[in-house]
Design a binder for this molecule. Structure first.
Ligand SMILES: Cc1ncc(COP(=O)(O)O)c(C=O)c1O
Length: 423
């Protein structure tokens, strides 16, 4: 038994220190600013990666490196013309950064539930929801935001067909899906814009950062301008539009350039871990591993499982016995709200008991994203719901999946899960 705590997805640097070489070069040449050779080089690497596909498509997508994936969502929506009073169709089953930027722009997210196979936006429900919004408001939504949850490709061809039918632009939130493919094409390159995140826990990291995949040169130029405070071409600061300070730092981009050398390795690692879990859970009653569908190649950013309702887990009586005491997230120890052990929508008792049992074994796990339409902050947002995401949220857990997770770690996680099931 080792003391090592097995975490969900930790940053992992190249063995050869490529990241440090690019960062050192930035220091040596005094490019310690949010622009420079590493930013340009990282963008070129990203473009080469996303444009490369197995179906011979000439994509010519352009990429802008930004300070976060959230900034990428924000700028993409802005480029789609989203403004005060507009509506945007957003996948409900997601992290809050898919929908919060809609509200930054004074618009309203309209949440669309998932289909059970990929856990991503249900194309038929999307179509119905748009039809209903048009009937109710007399206006079309300004954009559609599908998400690649945990890296799993969405039914993007069907979503694109709905988008084309209504002539609404698509912003693919591929923050978790970097390197996943749908019929050989990298996700994030199907819609008008594609969002990537390089946060510390993602497929590759720049410590914090993101990028926006743009459809063409003109869109790229506009995003680049908006991301750099929208300056007009004068020797002094002339502003005729509101811009943002969203360009990536040249130091962070140095890390990104190094990380690009091991992206394929990371994807292969996540997929291998997923295959190990998948094999193990095939033989375990009451636990279902979430697998990719036909024609889809997930990066398996996080491997996820569902617990059957009837599965009994040790310590269920003690699940939710105590409210969370400490800080959550990265807010430097700042505790906000909380105090109560329950909300009106939470993972089932057996899921929380499993999380606690794994924690006692030194294994980090995490509930699935709580659907946005069940978040108090969005209680007034319209939602088109079929029960899928709420049911998944109540039954699911994310398991350790990152490049720092070894084969032995996976075996330990599986043993810990087995050990937590009541016989
Ligand atoms: C689905 C999704 N969208 C957007 C983001 C935002 O990315 P970032 O953290 O880089 O702002 C994240 C991750 O953090 C995410 O998981």
């Amino acid at each position: 038994m080792t003391d090592k705590r097995i975490l969900l997805c930790l940053a992992h640097m190249s063995e050869t220190g490529e990241e440090m070489k690019f960062v050192k070069e930035a220091f040596d040449t005094n490019w310690v600013v949010p622009l420079g050779p590493n930013v340009n080089g990282f963008e070129a690497d990203l473009e080469a990666f996303v444009n490369n596909n197995e179906v011979g498509l000439e994509l010519n997508k352009r990429v802008v490196a930004l300070s976060s994936g959230t900034a990428a969502v924000h700028l993409a929506l802005l480029a789609c013309g989203v403004g005060p009073g507009d509506e945007v169709m957003v996948q409900s089953f997601t992290f809050c950064a898919s929908s919060h930027p809609v509200t930054y722009l004074g618009a309203t997210p309209v949440f669309v539930d998932s289909e059970p196979e990929t856990w991503n936006m249900d194309p038929a429900l999307l179509d119905e929801a748009i039809s209903d919004r048009v009937a109710k408001t007399g206006r079309k939504p300004k954009a559609i935001v599908p998400v690649y949850l945990y890296g799993m490709p969405a039914r993007i061809d069907e979503i694109m067909a709905v988008a084309r039918k209504w002539d609404i632009p698509v912003v693919e939130d591929a923050a978790e899906g970097f390197g996943s493919r749908y019929h050989g094409q990298v996700v994030g390159t199907f819609g008008d814009y594609g969002v990537l995140s390089f946060n510390g826990n993602k497929m590759i990291t720049t410590s914090g950062g993101g990028a926006l995949i743009c459809p063409d040169e003109a869109a790229w130029r506009r995003i680049m301008w908006l991301a750099t405070q929208a300056r007009e071409a004068y020797p002094y600061y002339q502003h005729e539009a509101i811009g943002y300070n969203y360009r990536m730092s040249n130091i962070c981009a140095g890390i990104g350039r190094g990380q690009m050398t091991i992206l394929d390795e990371h994807i292969a690692h996540h997929r291998r871990i997923a295959a190990m879990y998948s094999d193990a859970f095939k033989a375990m009653d009451g636990i279902t591993f979430h697998s990719e569908a036909e024609g889809m190649e997930s990066n398996y950013w996080l491997s996820t499982i569902l617990l059957d309702e009837g599965l009994r887990v040790v310590g269920e009586d003690a699940a939710y016995a105590e409210a969370v005491q400490g800080a959550v997230g990265g807010a430097a120890g700042v505790v906000h709200g909380g105090g109560a052990a329950h909300t009106d929508c939470e993972p089932s008792r057996n899921v929380e008991a499993m999380r606690l049992a794994l924690d006692r074994c030194g294994v980090e796990s995490r509930p699935l994203w709580k659907p946005m339409h069940r978040q108090p902050v969005y209680k007034n947002a319209p939602a088109y719901v079929n029960g899928v995401s709420e049911s998944l949220f109540k039954r699911g857990l994310c398991l350790p999946s990152g490049p720092m997770v070894t084969d032995e770690d996976v075996a330990r996680v599986i043993e810990a899960i087995k050990g937590a099931i009541e016989r």
